[in-house]
Design a protein around this ligand. Structure first.
Ligand SMILES: N=CN[C@@H](CCC(=O)O)C(=O)O
Ligand SMILES: [Zn+2]
Length: 411
């Protein structure tokens, strides 16, 4: 099966030489070809170039992209797409003045979602989750990481991870699974933290490893949740099963968790709404990707990740949605890119790099996803006709996607 896309006004994120991520000043560069063509064979990008040298390909389907922009599909490296029900009541409670922390301390928050999920069958959980996955694919995501963490019991964590596995089997989109048993302490372990961590380490992890249900391990390293020492125990245990860490950290407070994550060679540190100069120093010269979640900041009115300080210090940055029922009930990467430009003062080039190649890095797939390169997966967004790609973040409320291609096929 060959598919030729012709007359592309702007082909974005074209990387002839292999890169796994972009950092600092290089994030401002978004290589492109104007008036381009691109060839897909089966599920791969096999060639591209300027329309001046457009080949005549026999037996191919053609899409005429006159006036349109083509770019790699978004790589959303941080989601909680598998959840049960919703938390609309907490949304209204926040409007009426309660904070996220106060709601959580009254048994709402993560424990509220865990109660719902424990009462939901695996089949029903799959049915609810697939609707969200289909929606984000239509919104241009070509790869997503999905976490467990609303189970908090052995059975319910396994249930979540099996649903993620089934989504991976049923849909063409690339999916990475992350075990987040250390998302919150269940009420019965409130005064017995080591007991719950023992359960994670001794009971949950061996079963998850045996069924090969997870690629990564996560913990919510935060005041009132998992301390730095507790998070280190989780990272060490994950390592024994070959699970690299991707850690929720610095969402509300800076407690030196980033340093511990870098020490344990975490693939990513995510949230980072509160970042100290020491945190930035620690991240320099590390291979850990910082990940910002701007629509979470927007939805629960907390500070935005200080992208300018971080990029200007030479760091890379990835952008992701955090799609979850409590802090971000949206998996729309277009909105994430726009919010990063509007609220975090990232340029469109920086935001697109952060949502494609750097997102791919933060989920361990930058060899195959996140840029236009020969041999990479044909996961693409074809936009509506645009005056320029600046329109993507500028017209933040419009749906500017015309077509999404995943694994070489229009979805
Ligand atoms: N902060 C930790 N976990 C999720 C949301 C948890 C929830 O409220 O359900 C997040 O990334 O924002
Ligand atoms: Zn999250």
């Amino acid at each position: 099966m060959k598919l030729l896309i012709t007359n592309i006004k702007e082909l974005l994120q074209v990387r002839d030489t292999e890169i796994d991520k972009v950092s600092g000043a290089a994030m401002a560069e978004l290589p492109k070809i104007n008036n381009a063509w691109l060839l897909i064979e089966n599920n791969l990008i096999t060639d591209y170039g300027s329309m001046d040298n457009c080949p005549d390909i026999e037996n191919s389907n053609t899409i005429d992209a006159t006036g349109k922009t083509v770019l790699p599909a978004w790589c959303d490296s941080h989601t909680h797409i598998v959840y049960a029900g919703n938390r609309e009541q907490e949304f209204v409670d926040r409007i009426n003045g309660l904070s996220y922390e106060v709601i959580a301390s009254r048994g709402g928050g993560i424990l509220n979602s865990a109660k719902k999920l424990n009462e939901t069958s695996e089949e029903e959980l799959y049915q609810q989750s697939k609707v969200r996955l289909e929606e984000v694919m239509q919104q241009g995501s070509g790869a997503v990481e999905i976490k467990s963490g609303y189970g908090l019991t052995i059975d319910a964590e396994l249930k979540m991870l099996r649903v993620i596995k089934r989504l991976r089997e049923e849909y063409p989109i690339a999916i990475k699974a992350t075990f987040l048993g250390a998302h919150a302490f269940p009420a019965e372990y409130k005064e017995n933290h080591s007991g719950y961590i023992d359960l994670i380490v001794n009971e949950m992890l061996p079963k998850i490893a045996e069924e090969k249900l997870a690629d990564y391990i996560d913990a919510f390293c935060e005041t009132g949740y998992f301390s730095v020492e507790e998070t280190e125990r989780i990272m060490e245990a994950g390592k024994k099963y070959g699970l690299q860490a991707k850690i929720h950290v610095n969402q509300f407070t800076a407690i030196n968790g980033i340093e511990a994550c870098v020490k344990h060679n975490a693939l990513s540190v995510d949230h980072l709404e509160i970042v100290t100069d020491e945190d930035i120093e620690v991240l320099k010269n590390s291979s850990t990707m910082p990940v910002a979640l701007p629509t979470c900041s927007f939805f629960i009115s907390i500070p935005y990740t200080p992208a300018r300080r971080m990029i200007d210090a030479g760091l890379p940055l990835a952008l992701a949605t955090d799609f979850n029922p409590g802090t971000t009930p949206s998996g729309n990467m277009n909105l994430v890119v726009a919010t990063a430009c509007i609220k975090m003062k990232m340029t469109p080039e920086e935001a697109i790099n952060a949502a494609t190649i750097n997102g791919a890095y933060a989920m361990g797939i930058s060899k195959t996803h996140g840029s236009i390169a020969k041999g990479k997966r044909a996961n693409l967004i074809i936009t509506q006709p645009l005056s320029s790609y600046y329109q993507l973040p500028y017209a933040f409320g419009s749906n500017l996607i015309d077509t999404v291609i995943i694994e070489g096929k229009t979805i």
